[in-house]
Structure formats: structure tokens, C-alpha cells
Design a binder for this molecule. Structure first.
Ligand code: PHE
Length: 434
């Protein structure tokens, strides 16, 4: 039995683990392809504006509520107001559903790591990728493997599992990323990729893009499923969070930018399309790796990078539901981890099969994978954040001092919680449903 709440062993542990949660497939897989779809530099400009202003509020809010209530994601809302007792259950449910598709991509990454270790003469990576995800058994095994790896670290607890994984994999991720950025920048015509990233074409600016940037910013910062709330609840010392929140936002943005600088010069150098969507990382990049010197080594480094990013985020996705099971049902962490392994696998296996034998099973016209991705990212994350902002804006009534020291800051923060962020979120949900 775990009677005592665990706490981070140091402030560094908290920061690196929260950055580990934020920096994930969202930065290295999703960010470049969404930026590619919305026209490059102009998307980046809007994204940076949003992430450095509006996102501060819900990110701070989630960590702060965790820190002050010292509750996991179920229980925190209730301690603010009894009426919200059941609303917070949406958080761990969202976590389990996100895990069920996010971890499938983790399985794909493992496959590409293996692939880069053997000399495979694949000419058509597009065809290879479709054949791979359409095979019924192998991707399921890889999904289970990825779930097991994440659960392993969760089961080992805060200090020996979660902190250790982040302290190992985050520096590795940074080093590999910098190495690959240098490789990419030295390819012929690399500057074309940089122009695409940094020279905005204002004619491409539109409302839909602004919302896509907002959705991406929330997803990449891990806002809206109780992961941050749970991480916040492990903060022992009573220090202001402002600096930490900015460090998290800055680091996450730096990782996304570097991922773009790693990918776009390579894409342009080989005259490929930057807007190939989700296949950018699994089809376009392997094509490039096959055509450069030491391609296997570079492919291996890249997929290890992707694996590290997915793992540290994956761990954080599980931690909310895990802490909930531990505290609600008074069970040990190991038992909670095993239960979660079965629940996530139970949803993830049919979802993996939605690329093959269950391809015809459609929910609202979408395959299971697309349905989970769509519903969690576009609806559940924003809805959870909407509730949390409104609850703390209207019921917690943050007086300041504990969050932001100056009066104007507190005023703006409260206006953001009560009005600005909720309005932005309602637009996001509306566009998502349209
Ligand atoms: N932020 C993670 C990423 O960028 C994904 C994530 C979303 C993690 C929500 C936890 C909660 O990949």
C-alpha cells in the first residue's frame, strides 16, 4: 500500500519530467506535419504567439490546482467545489483513450528502429509503411511492447521509474536532436527549408489555421487530461510556478523548432513535399535516409529520438489514471499499473487493427484510430481544459501572491481563466465538431 503521497526529489526533477511530458510525438511528428499542411512560416508565427501568451494560463492553472489541492486528477475538482465531483473523471478517461492511440505510434517507432539496424533495400517507403500497418499481428505485438515499456517505468514509481526515465531519455533526446539538426543543415539546398519555416506568406493566414495552432499548442503542452495536474500535485516546496511554466513553454517550443529545422531542410533538399501529413516521419524521412551517407545510422538516431520523446510523454499520459486508481481504490502502484496495462491494451489492440481487419468498423465515419485521435485531441482535451479554467476562474478565485505577484498580472490571469481561454476553447471545440 502506498500511504504517503510521493514528491519530486528536486525542482530539476519536476521541470525535466514536465518538459518530458510536453516534448513528445506532438513536437517531432505532429508539429512539422501540421506546419507543413498550413503553409510553414505563417503557421509558426501564429503558433509562437499563441503558445507564449494564451497557453500560459491553462498550463499554470493545471499545475497550480495540482500543487494546492495535492490531489490526483479525480478529487481535485471536488476539493474546489463538491458539485464537480464527477466532472474530473473525464481526465483519466481521456488519458486512457489518448494512450490507446498514442502508443500505437510508439509501436511503429520500435519497428523503424529495428528496420534501421538491418540493411533493407526498400525503394517504396510509402508502400512499405501501408503494408506494415495493415499487417494484423506484428503492429499489435509492437503496440503491446510499447505499452509494457511505459507501464514498467510507471510501476517503478516516481523516483525510480518516472524521474529516472526522464533524466536518462531527455538529455539523450536533446543530444540526438542537435546532431540531426547539424546533419540536416549541411545538406545541399538546406536554406530552402529554412525559408519555408521562417519566411511567412501572409496570404495563407486564416481562422482555421489559428485554431489548428491553438489545438497543437494545447496538445504539445499536455494540457487537458490531468497529467500536469498530477505532476503538479507532486510538488512539495511552496515556490512560485511562474518561472517553471515559462521554462516548460520555452523548452517545448525550442524542441518543436529544432524538430522543424531538422526535418524541413532535409525535405526540401530532396525536393519532397512538406505537406504529406502524418506520413512525413514514416514515409518521407525514411526515403531521405535511404539516400544520404550513413543513412542507417542517421535513421537509427532519428527513431531513437522519436522513441525517447514518445516514451517520456507516454509515461505522463499513464500517470494521471495510475494515480487516480491508487488513491481512489487504495491499491498499490504495481497493481494499478497492471490494471492499466490491461485496460489500455484492451482498447489499443482493436485500434491497431483498425488499419487492417477492423478497417471497416467506423464510428461517425471514422476508423477507430482516427476517431480516438480526433475525439481526444479536438474535443476531450479542450473540454477538460474549459471546465478546469471555468472552475478555477469562478470558484477558486485566485487572489495572487501564490501565482503572480503583481496585481495587474493576477487580474489578467483571472480574466484569461474566466473569459479569454474559455472563448478560444469554445471556438476550438466548435471548429472541431464542424
Ligand atoms: N504533449 C505530448 C506530445 O507532445 C502529448 C500529450 C498530450 C502528453 C496530453 C500528455 C497529455 O506528444
Amino acid at each position: 500500500m502506498e500511504n504517503n503521497r510521493p514528491f519530486w526529489t528536486s525542482k530539476y526533477s519536476f521541470i525535466i519530467t514536465t518538459i518530458g511530458s510536453a516534448v513528445g510525438l506532438g513536437n517531432i511528428w505532429r508539429f512539422p506535419y501540421i506546419m507543413g499542411q498550413y503553409g510553414g512560416a505563417i503557421f509558426l508565427a501564429v503558433y509562437i504567439l499563441i503558445i507564449s501568451t494564451i497557453c500560459f494560463i491553462p498550463l499554470m492553472n493545471e499545475l497550480y490546482i495540482g500543487k494546492t489541492t495535492k490531489k490526483e486528477c479525480v478529487g481535485a475538482y471536488e476539493s474546489i467545489n463538491k458539485n464537480f465531483k464527477y466532472l474530473d473523471a473525464l481526465n483519466p478517461i481521456t488519458g486512457v483513450l489518448i494512450a490507446s492511440f498514442y502508443f500505437i505510434v510508439g509501436g511503429w517507432i520500435i519497428n523503424y528502429i529495428f528496420k534501421s539496424l538491418v540493411n533493407s533495400n526498400i525503394n517504396d517507403w510509402g508502400q512499405y509503411f501501408s503494408a506494415f500497418i495493415q499487417a494484423p499481428v506484428y503492429p499489435c505485438i509492437l503496440t503491446l511492447l510499447f505499452i509494457s515499456i511505459c507501464i514498467f517505468f510507471t510501476a517503478k514509481g516516481l523516483k525510480n521509474g518516472i524521474e529516472r526515465a526522464n533524466k536518462l531519455f531527455m538529455p539523450l533526446l536533446a543530444v540526438i536532436l542537435i546532431f540531426l539538426v547539424i546533419v540536416s543543415l549541411n545538406l545541399p539546398n538546406a536554406q530552402k527549408g529554412l525559408e519555408y519555416m521562417f519566411k511567412p506568406d501572409f496570404s495563407k493566414l486564416n481562422f482555421h489555421m489559428v485554431l489548428a495552432a491553438l489545438g497543437q499548442a494545447f496538445f504539445t503542452l499536455s494540457i487537458g487530461m490531468g497529467a500536469l495536474l498530477t505532476y503538479g500535485s507532486y510538488i512539495k516546496e511552496d515556490k512560485s510556478l511562474v518561472k517553471s511554466v515559462y521554462t516548460i513553454i520555452l523548452s517545448d517550443t525550442a524542441f518543436a523548432l529544432l524538430a522543424g529545422i531538422m526535418i524541413f531542410p532535409a525535405v526540401f533538399s530532396f525536393n519532397m513535399e512538406p505537406n504529406s501529413g502524418a506520413g512525413l516521419v514514416f514515409v518521407t524521412l525514411p526515403k531521405i535516409f535511404s539516400n544520404i551517407p550513413y543513412g542507417n545510422l542517421i535513421a537509427f538516431s532519428f527513431f531513437i529520438l522519436l522513441f525517447s520523446a514518445a516514451l517520456t510523454s507516454g509515461i505522463s499520459i499513464i500517470e494521471g489514471p495510475c494515480a487516480t486508481l491508487i488513491e481512489r481504490f487504495k491499491i498499490t502502484r504495481i497493481r494499478a499499473s497492471i490494471i492499466l496495462f490491461f485496460i489500455i491494451s484492451f482498447i489499443a489492440i482493436p485500434t491497431t487493427l483498425s488499419f487492417s481487419v477492423l478497417g471497416d468498423l467506423k464510428i461517425f465515419g471514422k476508423t477507430l484510430f482516427d476517431f480516438l485521435d480526433f475525439t481526444t485531441s479536438n474535443i476531450m482535451l479542450p473540454v477538460n481544459t474549459l471546465f478546469l479554467c471555468l472552475i478555477s476562474g469562478w470558484y477558486l478565485k485566485i487572489k495572487g501572491g501564490d501565482i503572480i505577484r503583481n496585481k495587474i498580472g493576477v487580474f489578467l490571469f483571472n480574466v484569461g481563466l474566466k473569459f479569454i481561454v474559455p472563448i478560444a476553447l469554445v471556438c476550438l471545440i466548435y471548429m472541431g465538431l464542424k
